[in-house]
Design a protein around this ligand. Structure first.
Ligand code: SF4
Length: 222
């Protein structure tokens, strides 16, 4: 049986670099937006480093009502490659050992928010220590096995095969909807990008199809 790496290499080979990147990015956003964090704290025990960006430190400083420089000194360290990380790890300083919950959950660093979807590609990484990702993997596997028999999927394939511009618009719309759901971009940013899409007619139609699916209307023969 082929490994994940072999499947991805084969996919990349067949799709080409650009299409492979788009497909894997869309899948990652889909998985990311569907994940229901169980707040198990498992990765908070073993992760090292937990890399921080400037905004993360600003949020920590605000949360503890201390100046930015003090937050830098108190809670962060510089890694050999120049990036910053939370200072005390394995387990993380912010993990409550009794409740197993993050004490700064609402202000947790970006990397913690995105976990387990840290890399843009490959998209199909489900770490065993994350029960939410394993749950998602199992339910998605079941769902995907049924997709080819789904009447909505079959109807869409027919419509898109006859109208490639509509397929592109639908993908564009879907990508941005997922990115908003996954917290990657704001609604305002998504609207701005959508308003710049060159084929607005196709985009509007794609939006109507999206709404129809969302409302579970019958779209066969649409
Ligand atoms: S900051 Fe919170 S979510 Fe991130 S590793 Fe530490 S305890 Fe876990």
């Amino acid at each position: 049986m082929a490994s994940h790496e072999e499947i991805l290499a084969d996919l990349k080979n067949r799709l080409g670099e650009a299409e492979f990147g788009r497909v894997t990015m869309e899948s990652r956003l889909f998985w990311q937006s569907s994940l229901k964090c169980q707040r198990c704290g498992n990765s908070c025990v073993i992760s090292d480093p937990v890399v921080l960006v400037e905004e993360d430190v600003q949020k920590i400083a605000k949360r503890f009502k201390i100046p930015y420089q003090k937050a830098l000194r108190k809670y962060t360290k510089v890694l050999p490659d120049g990036r910053r990380s939370i200072k005390y790890l394995t387990p993380c300083k912010f993990l409550d050992s009794k409740t197993k919950l993050c004490r700064i959950y609402e202000d947790r660093p970006e990397v913690c928010r995105k976990y387990p979807f840290l890399a843009a590609t490959p998209a199909f990484v489900f770490p065993g220590e994350c029960p939410a990702s394993m749950e998602l993997y199992n339910s998605a596997k079941k769902k995907y096995e049924k997709i080819p028999d789904d009447p909505t999927y079959q109807a869409l394939t027919k419509i898109f095969d006859a109208n490639p511009a509509l397929r592109e618009a639908f993908r564009f719309l879907n990508f941005h909807a997922l990115a908003v759901r996954a917290g990657e971009i704001s609604e305002g940013e998504a609207m701005q990008r959508l308003s710049g899409y060159p084929n607005q007619k196709a985009l509007n139609l794609a939006g109507a199809i999206g709404c129809a699916i969302f409302e579970q209307r019958e779209i066969v023969n649409a």
